[in-house]
Structures are given as structure tokens and as C-alpha cells.
Write a protein that binds this ligand. Structure first.
Ligand SMILES: Cc1cc2nc3c(=O)[nH]c(=O)nc-3n(C[C@H](O)[C@H](O)[C@H](O)COP(=O)(O)OP(=O)(O)OC[C@H]3O[C@@H](n4cnc5c(N)ncnc54)[C@H](O)[C@@H]3O)c2cc1C
Length: 458
């Protein structure tokens, strides 16, 4: 497309991460002319510094554990060590292949990719390197960045997930500040790679956004794996001593390690890009958007991590698709945030959708069941422990599903259908689940909640 034609298009998308590129692809599919502006790498955080590289690390970690534990399964294998450069080659290869595929997809759909840093000039115009691109609609999708703390300045041995993804060697001792999703995933991988790991969390439990029972099970499993979790503690300061890090907790306790990974959350990337000047309301940096992803500026939408809510790639995809369809006049259904599936890929994995028991109880009476994976054949074969917990409205539909155990992330597909279709336990209990699979555990939990437990001890 020539520059003159591209100067005015149907949709201008600022930011080529999960939310932005999904919107661009869907809008192009719907016949819209689209410009996608990206200042760094197409694919954004998820592809280059988030979901994909971390899951590759966690897979390498699983392979290491499998070899270490091979004797349990009667297989003789000797674990030697982790070759971290080799792990990076594998991880980077996965990212590079997906990146190439995405670049091909964007160009084959006729989306014009503009490389450079964009700035919103007004509700219909984005400026990139002196070029003004106008669109009938502008979609903001500039994503998020790792937060840090003044008491733990990033540099050297004090790092965020961005630097931790490229570690040259496995640290003998690591401290992870933050027991949320990113913190526990790194803690899990580092432990499997052979590090002594301590997780510090200010809240009373790890993965505090999950159901309380899930946090307890994870803490138990981490303890068994030798990961130390200190919850309800606050870090006062941290210092890179040159040969290590020294972390002081409130109360005076000092911990020493080889590195400190700061995983205290992610903040929106919205500063200095002209958003507020163009009439887009921000709330502590986050773009304020309604359930139709509309911002306060007419014709300007926002998707992904810049909008307060679950910071997950598939939420960004869904919002991006939603906005493209909204612009095309298809009147899509708003996204139910609690129907967005959540998976944490540590060992053991956590997968959940819907409300926690505590959240559900705020709105009335509930019934719950916890099906122990001890009764599930495939989980026994894999040698994992955990459970499937269901929360239903009293005599009503399922409103929350919470699972923990090796590989349980793979069960989230059926779980999210059950939640989003507002199924009753009795509906799911009638469906036949294949034996022996871990998926069966989901079926068994519904059998139990429907009052006809099979492989479940009361
Ligand atoms: C370590 C880690 C692990 C994660 N694991 C998972 C996971 O397993 N599953 C999951 O669902 N989510 C995961 N996430 C979260 C996921 O990566 C984000 O939710 C997702 O990337 C958000 O997409 P986005 O489009 O909003 O933003 P981003 O992916 O951050 O993309 C924003 C893009 O905008 C560009 N940009 C910013 N400003 C400008 C500008 N002015 N001009 C041009 N371009 C600009 C940026 O360069 C970037 O490419 C993880 C995140 C991290 C950090």
C-alpha cells in the first residue's frame, strides 16, 4: 500500500502485542484497512518476554525433573546438569519460529505494519517518525512493563522477568520477590534447574488471587520441592553486593542469595504518548475503558494490559477481536472477565475460571466439592497430587472451577465451557469422560457434586 493511501485508514492500532495484533488481524479479515504501529518486536510481551519464553523454560524444567525422577518409573537415566545456553537456544528457536509466522500472517492479511514509536496526536491521528496516520478508529494497545521498587533498584543481580529470561547461568540461590503468577513460575523453573529458591510475598498466601485451597496446595507442593515460601513478609531493602544480593526484611531479618528477581506486578505503558492530551482518561496510568473497550475519547478504543483487569494474552486477543468486530458493526457480546480462563504453569500447575469460593459466597449460598486427584488413575500414573474444586450456586450452576496438579492447565478448556455456558453439575455429570485421563477428574468432581460420586472418598 502506498504511503499516501495509508495516511488515512479505517483502523490505526498502536502497539503490536497480543491485543493490538489480534485487533489488526480481525479488522483486516473484516475488510477494514489497517495500520499497525509497533516500536519494538511484533508479538509484544507475550511472544518475546512473557508467555512463550517462560513456558519454554518451564518445559525444560519439567524435562529436568522427569530425568531426575526417572528411577521412580523404573527407568535408569542419569541427570547431569542444566546447560542454560542450550535451554536458551531451544527457547529462542520457539520464539523465532512463532515470530516469523506472525510476521507472515500480518503481511498476508494486508495489514500495513509501521515500525516506530507512535504518539497519539488527537482522537483520529497517530504520529510515527514524522508521519501522521489518521484513522476513523484508533485502538490503543501499548501493553505493560515490569514494575520495580525504589528499595530494590533493577541492575546487575537485581532483575525483573525481562532479564531473568536471559540468565547466563543457574544461580545457586535465588530470591523471588512476589508470589503471584510470574513469581511462582520463575521460582518453579529455577528450582527445577537446581537453585535454592526463596519466595517472599507480602500477602498471607502465594497466588493470592486464586481460591484459598489452591494456595494451600501450592504451598504444600512447593515445600515438598524444597522451595521456601515466606508469606506475610515485606522487603525493606535489597542491595547488589557485587558477589551476591542482600535482602533485608521489615523486622531486620537478612537473606543472602546470588540474585533477586523482582516480580511485583506489571504497570501500564501509557506515559508520554499523548493519551490524556487527546482526551483519553487514565486512572493511575491505566486507560479507563468501558465493557465495549471504548475510552473517553470518541472513536478511541483500548485493549490488553493497559486496561485494568486480568493481564493475560488471551484477554488481549479477545478484546482485540471484540473491538475489530465492534468497529465493523457486528455488535459482539461483551467479554465476561470472570469467564476468562487463568493458568499458572508452575509445578504443580494451577488452572481456574470463574469465582473463588470466597467471592461466590459474597453473593449468596454456595455448594462446593473438592475431588482429590488421588482417585484419578492418570494422575496416579503421572505421580501427581492435587484436586479439582467446584463451586456452584446452591441448586444452581457452576460458578467457579479450581484445579491444581501436574498438567492440569490442559483441563481448562472444558472448565471454561462449563463456567461460560452456566452448566449445572448434573449436566456435566451426564457427559462421559475418557478413562484414564486427567480430564476424568473434572467429570468425577461433577459426579460428586451432583450427588453420585464414583472414585471419590467422602
Ligand atoms: C514473564 C511473563 C509471563 C507471562 N505469561 C503469560 C502466560 O503464560 N499466559 C498469558 O496469557 N499471559 C502471560 N503473560 C502476560 C501477557 O504477556 C500479556 O498479558 C500480554 O502480552 C498483553 O498484551 P498487550 O497487547 O496488552 O501488550 P504487550 O504484549 O505488552 O504489547 C504491547 C506492544 O506495544 C508496543 N508499544 C508500546 N508503546 C508503543 C508506542 N508508543 N508505539 C509503538 N508501539 C508501542 C510494545 O513494544 C509492545 O510490543 C506473561 C507476562 C510476563 C511478563
Amino acid at each position: 500500500m502506498a504511503d499516501t493511501e495509508a495516511a488515512s485508514v479505517d483502523v490505526v492500532v498502536l502497539g503490536g502485542g497480543s491485543g493490538g495484533y489480534a485487533c489488526a488481524l480481525r479488522a483486516a479479515e473484516l475488510g477494514k484497512s489497517v495500520v499497525l504501529i509497533e516500536k519494538d518486536l511484533l508479538g509484544g510481551t507475550c511472544l518475546h518476554r512473557g508467555c512463550i519464553p517462560t513456558k519454554a523454560l518451564l518445559h525444560a524444567a519439567e524435562v529436568a525433573d522427569t530425568i531426575r525422577e526417572a528411577g521412580r518409573f523404573g527407568v535408569r537415566a542419569a541427570y547431569e546438569s542444566i546447560d542454560l545456553p542450550g535451554v536458551h537456544t531451544y527457547k529462542d528457536g520457539v520464539v523465532a519460529r512463532l515470530h516469523k509466522g506472525l510476521q507472515g500472517l500480518v503481511s498476508s492479511r494486508g495489514v500495513r505494519l509501521v515500525e516506530g514509536e507512535g504518539r497519539l496526536v488527537d482522537a483520529h491521528t497517530v504520529e510515527v517518525a514524522g508521519e501522521r496516520i489518521t484513522g476513523a478508529h484508533v485502538v490503543l494497545a501499548t501493553g505493560s512493563r515490569a514494575l520495580s521498587l525504589p528499595s530494590a533498584p533493577i541492575g546487575g543481580r537485581i532483575m525483573t522477568s525481562d532479564q531473568a529470561l536471559g540468565l547466563a547461568e543457574v544461580p545457586a540461590r535465588a530470591i523471588v520477590l512476589g508470589g503471584g503468577v510470574i513469581g511462582v513460575e520463575f521460582a518453579s523453573a529455577l528450582r527445577s534447574f537446581g537453585a535454592e529458591v526463596t519466595v517472599l510475598e507480602a500477602l498471607p498466601r502465594l497466588v493470592a488471587a486464586e481460591d484459598e485451597a489452591v494456595s494451600k496446595q501450592l504451598e504444600r507442593a512447593f515445600r515438598k520441592r524444597g522451595i521456601v515460601a515466606k508469606t506475610g513478609v515485606r522487603m525493606e531493602s535489597a542491595a547488589d553486593t557485587g558477589s551476591g544480593v542482600s535482602v533485608t526484611l521489615e523486622g531486620g531479618e537478612t537473606l543472602e542469595a546470588d540474585l533477586l528477581l523482582v516480580a511485583v506486578g506489571r504497570g501500564p505503558v501509557t506515559e508520554g504518548m499523548g493519551f490524556e492530551e487527546a482526551g483519553v482518561t487514565l486512572d493511575r496510568g491505566f486507560v479507563v475503558a468501558d465493557e465495549r473497550c471504548r475510552t473517553s475519547a470518541e472513536g478511541v478504543y483500548a485493549v490488553g494490559d493497559i486496561v485494568r483487569g486480568l493481564q493475560l494474552a488471551h484477554r488481549g486477543f479477545a478484546q482485540g477481536i471484540f473491538v475489530a468486530e465492534e468497529i465493523a458493526g457486528l455488535d459482539p457480546r461483551p467479554i465476561d472477565e470472570s469467564g476468562i480462563p487463568r493458568v499458572t504453569y508452575c509445578d504443580p500447575e494451577i488452572a481456574s475460571v470463574g469465582l473463588t469460593e470466597a467471592q461466590a459466597r459474597e453473593d449468596g449460598e454456595v455448594e462446593t466439592v473438592e475431588y482429590n486427584l488421588g482417585g484419578n488413575g492418570k494422575s496416579q500414573i503421572l505421580g501427581t497430587t492435587g484436586f479439582v474444586k467446584l463451586v456452584r450456586r446452591k441448586d444452581g450452576p457452576i460458578v467457579g472451577i479450581h484445579m491444581v496438579g501436574a498438567r492440569m492447565g490442559e483441563q481448562i478448556g472444558e472448565a471454561q465451557l462449563i463456567y461460560n455456558w452456566e452448566a449445572f453439575p448434573e449436566d456435566v455429570a451426564d457427559l462421559v469422560h475418557a478413562h484414564p485421563t486427567q480430564n476424568e477428574a473434572l467429570g468425577e468432581a461433577h459426579l460428586a457434586l451432583a450427588g453420585k460420586p464414583l472414585h471419590a472418598h467422602n
